[in-house]
Design a protein around this ligand. Structure first.
Ligand code: ZN
Length: 314
């Protein structure tokens, strides 16, 4: 009977038959029977997220349009497929200063029935830096690994809202960061979702970027929703993690911004202080040894709590 603390579909038919007979006789109502319909919640694992990050980084330089990013995409899809959500590939052409580049956002949806949605996003492309072997462990290995582990959390979470995970392509500028040379994927999806009405159903969008740094300092981004920042601050305080959050941060342009501009309640959870004077950022120093499972764990725990609170309509 203790082993029935699993989804019904995994219980052999014979046990269901025996259970029905016993219940039919009115002789056996075990208190654990109620648990049989509950899924075992998967708690976010920082070490699993770090493992996914390492695997993503092993694909090498993963800039938009490269062979490596298309191999990475195939692997991400193979990891998502068994989780039972709905995958859509949002492919488009990024018009970059270097010419047209094929790009693909991966959108993974766990459907709910409230008519509302919560969206968790991050990018999986890395910046192409000529003459530098840039593997982007933190940028964007950590967001890739985070989303893959978070998909497992959502899969096992009771939810009434649609929950989307979006892996953005083309976050990085091809030449120099401007409003038109950056965030190709998020700008494309924000436009598409504005047209098809998805945008108006979003309760909140949470973007994750560069959160693997073992010396974690989350910026206080002035482009992020004050309400979401307050919720995050309260959760962090409750979990004893306030020390990882800075009071300052300025206005950060990241993949949340096209959604903020479209009126979506959105937050960017980002560490822009990577190495002394940010010296690891966009350099060959952005390697796995600079990351920690603990940092991913901390952010994973906070985002899990945040999604639960948003989901219950707080
Ligand atoms: Zn970057």
């Amino acid at each position: 009977m203790h082993k029935t603390n699993r989804p019904y579909q995994s219980i052999p038919l014979t046990s269901l038959w025996i259970g029905s007979v016993l219940l039919g006789l009115g002789t056996f109502v075990h208190p654990l029977a109620a648990l049989a319909t509950e899924r075992q919640a998967h708690k976010f694992s920082g070490s699993a997220a770090l493992g996914y990050t390492r695997r993503a980084v092993s694909f090498g330089e993963r800039s938009s349009g490269s062979d490596a990013i298309s191999q990475l995409r195939k692997w991400i899809i193979s990891e998502l497929n068994p989780l039972g959500g709905q995958l859509s590939l949002d492919s488009f052409t990024g018009e970059t200063p270097a010419g047209p580049v094929p790009m693909t956002n991966l959108i993974y949806k766990f459907p709910g029935k409230s008519g509302k949605s919560v969206v968790i996003t991050g990018h999986y492309d890395t910046k192409r830096i000529p003459m530098v072997h840039f593997v982007g462990a933190n940028d964007a290995g950590s967001s890739t690994g985070f989303l893959l582990e978070f998909a497992r959390v959502i899969q096992s979470m009771e939810h009434t809202d649609d929950i989307y995970l979006a892996f953005f392509d083309g976050e990085e500028a091809v030449a120099q960061w401007t409003d038109t040379d950056s965030r190709y994927g998020s700008r494309h999806l924000a436009g598409k979702w504005a047209e098809d009405g998805t945008l108006g159903k979003i309760r909140a969008l949470i973007n994750i970027d560069m959160i693997g740094d073992r010396d974690l300092d989350i910026a206080n981004d002035e482009n992020s929703s004050p309400r979401l920042k307050q919720m995050v601050a309260q959760i962090a305080a409750k979990l004893g993690d306030s020390k990882y959050f800075l009071e300052t941060g300025g206005r950060i342009d990241d993949d949340h911004k096209p959604f903020v501009d479209a009126g979506v309640n959105a937050i960017d959870i980002i560490d822009l202080d990577y190495g002394a004077q940010n010296s690891y950022w966009h350099t060959a120093k952005d390697t796995m040894d600079k990351l920690s499972a603990h940092s991913l764990q901390m952010v994973g725990d906070i985002v899990t709590e945040l999604v639960k609170e948003l989901e219950s309509g707080k």
